[in-house]
Ligand binder design. Structure first.
Ligand SMILES: Nc1ncnc2c1ncn2[C@@H]1O[C@H](COP(=O)(O)OP(=O)(O)OP(=O)(O)O)[C@@H](O)[C@H]1O
Length: 179
């Protein structure tokens, strides 16, 4: 796609043009060195000029991350259920003296479910921000796919728990019943 000078730049009699790659990536900056600004620059700038606010320090970044976790915990029932089940699974793994690598796999799987829930919440918020209370087929696809991602991760965690936790748990219950 041919792109002329950015809208906010002064018009010249011989406007320079550059090619935007068909895959959407930005053109090389060397070709823009003669005063023609790349219109995508504010978006791609490390300073993120499109952002309303950028966290100035690492501590502030953590504060915002905690705010996201806190929001999701308070508003999403499924997230609270997954936190509870995850804590239970890791607690049981330690109680049953599973191998370190097994506890690590269970921890990673529980973490994956929580991450998916957080991303699901983020996507829901962006979709609601975009379409508000109107129906849109693409909004439905975005939300349904995000919910599907959570479902897949939850099913994987059930499989992992079934393989790693249930056998030693049942043998412990069986042994304590016959003794
Ligand atoms: N703006 C919209 N346009 C079209 N369909 C929508 C829209 N908003 C929601 N939906 C449909 O309603 C379903 C439920 O929406 P909701 O916002 O509660 O997402 P959800 O993933 O079910 O939420 P949660 O993860 O909290 O259970 C979506 O999966 C989607 O199919």
């Amino acid at each position: 796609m041919k792109v002329n000078e950015p809208l906010n730049s002064p018009k010249t009699s011989n406007p320079q043009t550059y090619e935007i790659a068909s895959n959407g990536s930005s053109p090389p900056s060397e070709g823009l060195s003669s005063g023609v600004k790349n219109p995508t620059e504010p978006v791609l700038s490390p300073k993120r000029q499109m952002a309303w606010r950028v966290a100035p320090t690492l501590a502030v970044s953590f504060k915002y991350a905690w705010a996201g976790l806190s929001y999701t915990f308070q508003t999403q029932r499924n997230f609270r259920i997954h936190v509870f089940i995850g804590a239970l699974a890791i607690g049981l793994s330690v109680f049953l003296h599973l191998k370190s690598v097994e506890i690590a796999v269970i921890g990673l799987t529980c973490g994956l479910v929580l991450v998916m829930e957080l991303l699901n919440t983020a996507i829901e918020s962006v979709v609601d921000l975009t379409v508000k209370q109107t129906y849109h087929e693409l909004a439905k696809i975005a939300k349904d796919c995000a919910a599907g991602a959570v479902l897949i991760s939850a099913m994987a965690s059930v499989l992992v728990a079934g393989l790693l936790i249930l056998p030693p748990l049942f043998s412990m219950i069986y042994l304590s019943a016959i003794n």
